[in-house]
Design a protein around this ligand. Sequence first.
Ligand code: ZN
Length: 497
Amino acid sequence: MGTLEWSLTRWLYFKSPHLFPRAGRPSFLGTCVNTCLSMEEFVYSLPMKIRVPVLNVLRVLGEIEIFLLSYPRQCMAAVGMVLLGGGGGAFAVANLGPDAALLPVQVLTTPVEPLSLQEQATSLDLHKLQLFRSEVTRSSDTPESLLRRLSIVDPEAVSFMRKNGLVKDGLARAGRNISAQANERQQLLSLTTRWLRNENDSVFQRLTIQRSAQGFTAKQETAPLVANIQYSGAVVDTSLFAAADEARIPDSVTSQLSDIFSAQIDFHRSLRKGSRFSVVYEALEADGEPLRTGKVLSAEMVNGGKSYQAMWFEEPGQKGDYYSLDGKSLKNTFLAAPVRFSRLSSGFGMRLHPLFQTQRAHLGVDYAAPTGTPAMSVADGVVEFAGAQSGYGNVVIVKHNASQSTFYAHLSHINVSKGKSIKQGEVVGQVGSTGWATGPHLHFEFRVNGQHVDPLTLARQNNGPASVATRPGFNKMAALARTQLASAGQMRESNVQ
Ligand SMILES: [Zn+2]
């Protein structure tokens, strides 16, 4: 009986500190008692693929625990029944051992005072059980509704949360992860949430509510985000974004990837089925909770049999940039496309004209994109024309040098005026369907001495600045990037399988 009771107690305590010891580890809250956070850290340290099932299992175990805690006496009565049945089992097991009659007999008499079931139930009630739960805030949340979802019933906590300004701010937005700790009476012991004040912050905000003998207190702190390196990759089947979704790569990483290679690859036109990519990027975490994506550290794209590699390189006191692993800048005099590749532009009815038809009818490249999508100048230059041209609607022409110019047509809005100097990537206007256009798209032409040229052929010629491979630390970084890309490649293979 003692053993069974012990097992039950152990089981009820499965989330106790013994399971996830924090010994010797500094606590980010300054105290070292919060098992909730150690549990959280443990779960967040798991790879994404098994994190979700683990969270689900913990959720179910949490439900069972709540039930047991809500009805401890009934449960103890049930345990009593099981123990009565278990006695028979014990006899059955004993019968399999050596015949007791053949063993030497020694009689020991020890007075035993068994506790009544009632007393055991009461002592179980008094155990300091702590419940850990997490939830996500909703826009319709009140302190009550949030605590209810956390299975906490605590009017005192509700009234504190309603009045406290810090708490109101901290819980104001939908979609924030909340972790809470409650006692066996379903009262709130502590509650924590973390968020970013601005999208690109390098620090996060942490709100903590604590119950003490004197009542509740709330504090808000600021702490730096910690970059955790992620490896991933995918093979393009239908679209780059679909492949990235499949591999659970955030959109901001996919966008960075297409930007990094924007001078080498026109993702709108030349990305092929079967293209594959590997990417190493930073996930910026707050106490182990990923709050946003950082920058891509290295990337490889294999498209049409050609491999492109890139790594981020930053020298102390200087602005960082992307380079090929042999030290060449990935910047080019010309971008491969005048429309930034995005989920929207990539999925937008890609009804392209056949490229460079022999008829005069079509001498450019059409980029289908929603009205309002920015059209960028593919290189530095001066605006030569900005205005309407019958069939082409609103047009901007940019002169890049004595012989080269680019032509942007059907714009819904023109952002520049004649004579203006512009930089590569600067927005000249917005995609539209003015003039003779069946739908919103950017008609784009590249002209060299008045002749139409496929902009891709120009983009592929790298005219960027000289190699930085001789800079201190570059080759070391490049070696690291190679290793990381190899790991990311392995991740990609496992994603594909
Ligand atoms: Zn066209």
